[in-house]
Design a protein around this ligand. Structure first.
Ligand code: NAP
Length: 253
């Protein structure tokens, strides 16, 4: 792998959410421009070799630094080392961003209702999109449903609250629906496909999923993406291709 595709950046801070979840912030070179929803490729040195992984950017395109959200994959060559990151460490960043999970991909139907459905660290690109004024100007209703196994894994809840007070109601309404699948006492505790098929997600959002007005983005566990896609198709929504259709997806590992 050619290292001239990368720049060496500095870790500015690390935040630990739980034993297996953490976020880190690093310097952003002036040339690194991205659209909310895109991912970066990050490299670390593992026994003398650069190992690279894709990470969606959490921070907004307008911030001076870059933030990422990671899970520690048990025995994973990359994250088992990455978890020990600390302020001042150096990390490689590929010069160009990647990915098509961006709002610009939608042409038809016209933007009205935006549904952002995530599991785990898949919430990252949505936090970025929700900090972009254009998102709030384009949509009338925005729903963020974020599914985790246990309450401790619900990261970024304070940030979501801040985003809500900063952006919502000016141009668009916002509904945040945390889903905690292994907590019987949680308000929503079924997996996303089930919540869609039962109508519970729509009731909780007070909004209908409709082919002529919904843009639905899915990001996270690949099996969730697959199953949720099928659930959405069964109620009449279509995959977004060449700008047309409702559903856009990103697998996360
Ligand atoms: P997860 O197992 O993906 O669970 C997160 C949420 O997704 C939970 O609410 C879970 O519900 C739900 N979910 C799982 N399968 C689903 C499906 N088919 N349909 C709908 N919802 C579904 O948990 P995670 O903590 O994000 O990740 C778990 C493991 O995935 C990690 O230990 C790691 O090994 C791997 N992972 C790898 C990477 C990578 O980059 N290599 C990234 C992230 C995760 P339930 O509670 O009902 O299962």
């Amino acid at each position: 792998m050619s290292e001239d595709k990368f720049t060496l950046e500095t870790v500015l801070s690390v935040k630990r959410w739980s034993s297996n979840l953490f976020s880190f912030r690093m310097t952003r070179p002036a040339h690194f421009r991205f659209t909310a929803g895109q991912f970066a490729r990050i490299g670390i040195d593992v026994d003398g070799e650069m190992v690279v992984r894709a990470y969606s950017v959490v921070s907004s395109p307008f911030e001076e630094t870059l933030e990422f959200f990671s899970i520690v994959v048990p025995d994973g060559a990359f994250t088992s080392r990455l978890q020990y990151l600390k302020e001042g460490d150096q990390i490689y960043l590929e010069k160009i961003p990647y990915g098509f999970l961006t709002l610009a991909r939608y042409q038809q139907p016209l933007p009205q209702d935006l549904w952002l459905l995530a599991t785990g660290t898949g919430v990252a690109p949505f936090i970025s999109m929700l900090q972009d004024f254009a998102t709030w100007q384009n949509y009338r209703h925005i729903v963020l449903a974020y599914s985790v196994r246990i309450p401790d894994e619900l990261a970024y809840v304070d940030k979501i609250g801040e985003i809500q007070s900063m952006f919502a109601e000016e141009d668009a309404s916002f509904t945040f629906l945390p889903i905690v699948t292994r907590d019987p006492l949680a308000k929503l505790n079924q997996r996303l496909p089930k919540l869609i098929l039962s109508g519970e997600l729509e009731s909780a959002a007070d909004l209908k999923l409709k082919a002529d007005r919904s843009h639905v983005m899915l990001c996270g566990n690949p099996q969730m993406v697959e199953d949720t896609k099928e659930a959405l198709k069964s109620i009449g929504l279509t995959m977004n291709r060449r700008g047309e259709g409702n559903i856009a997806v990103e697998n996360y590992w």
